[in-house]
Ligand binder design. Structure first.
Ligand code: C2E
Ligand code: MG
Ligand code: MG
Ligand code: MG
Length: 291
């Protein structure tokens, strides 16, 4: 190559930066049309009670089927959509589609339980209340049909306004869970100040559970603290029977993870619900929305 040796790293760096900026711009453009073109799709990952394995509800996870690039995972496009504000329209679609899907399952005589929807910080504005009201009214759903998942980092800034929005929704019967607990800048005082119902232990605490005594001590402490604040606990990312047994022993309330089920598309989830319905359930173990 004819390049001067000393300059090469800088040229390389610039080219790479350039490519990244272009890639970002293209994705950003594509994201503008994602709702209109129907490229978004929901996946549903079931959540089960730890002690008897009863199905209780599902987390809604967003999928983007890009026409040329195939599947793009949320870790790639959600941070981008958050930084551009596009997440507001995308998040609105997620909430409306989750409501429509719950209605379809109920009309089919299935028991979908509740749906837990992830919310970005940008969505926690005044108009979120109106949107949620519409989703519930349009589909004739009770507020308990939805749980809203937010991460600790959401609570870092603008406490007053976010707290007010969350508080009003909570007063209307919407439930909230604190997602990815333990990974953010958590201050335990958040747990008292905000109206959470559920705490989701991040899978980074669940993964080392098998052979790591410290990890077990941490999970035990988190569960005890959550229970003393009257919060239910969901463990995320349960991948092995050993982890499942451990979490049951640690008094964790609910489990979610690949061991129990991967996220499923709507068709597969319908089949899953139909299978749940065929299994006889002991009295009192029915999900929230039986009819
Ligand atoms: P999250 O809310 O913590 O969702 C759980 C993630 O863990 C999902 O990844 C799920 O597929 C994955 N997972 C579930 N069980 C297991 C397991 O046993 N092992 C492992 N290794 N992973 C497991 P996914 O679907 O890629 O979503 C990633 C993140 O993107 C979510 O993390 C959430 O923060 C965000 N996200 C997804 N959908 C939405 C959405 O509609 N709106 C917003 N704002 N964020 C979303
Ligand atoms: Mg989540
Ligand atoms: Mg999570
Ligand atoms: Mg997580």
């Amino acid at each position: 190559q004819a390049k001067k040796p000393g300059r090469t790293p800088i040229c390389f760096f610039t080219a790479e930066m350039n490519a990244q900026v272009h890639e970002r711009m293209r994705l950003e453009q594509d994201l503008n049309r994602v709702v209109a073109r129907g490229e978004l799709q929901l996946a549903f990952q079931p959540i089960f009670r730890a002690d008897d394995g009863a199905y209780v509800g599902a987390e809604v996870l967003l999928r983007w089927r890009h026409p040329e690039r195939g599947f793009i995972c949320p870790a790639t496009f959600i941070p981008l959509a958050e930084s551009t504000g596009q997440i507001v329209a995308i998040g609105e679609w997620v909430l409306r589609e989750a409501g429509r899907q719950l209605r379809r399952w109920l009309d089919a005589g299935l028991a979908p339980g509740y749906l837990a929807v992830n919310l970005s910080r940008v969505q926690l504005r005044e108009d979120l209340e109106q949107l949620i009201r519409e989703v519930l009214d349009d589909n004739d759903l009770p507020p308990q049909a939805l749980e809203l998942e937010i991460t600790e980092n959401v609570l870092l800034d603008d406490h007053q306004q976010i707290n007010a929005v969350l508080g009003r929704l909570h007063a209307q019967g919407l439930r909230f869970s604190l997602d990815d607990f333990g990974t953010g800048y958590s201050s335990l005082s958040y747990l008292r100040r905000f109206s959470f119902d559920t705490l989701k232990i991040d899978r980074s605490f669940v993964a080392p559970l098998r052979d790591d005594a410290e990890a077990a001590a941490l999970v035990r402490a988190i569960v005890a603290m959550a229970h003393s604040l009257a919060l239910k606990v969901i463990a995320e990312g349960v991948e092995t029977p050993a982890q499942q047994e451990f979490l049951k022993g640690l008094n964790c309330d609910y489990l979610q993870g690949y061991l129990l089920s991967r996220p499923l598309d709507a068709d597969h989830f319908t089949t899953f619900l139909a299978c749940c319905a065929r299994k006889s359930r002991p009295a009192g173990s029915s999900p929230v929305l039986l009819q």
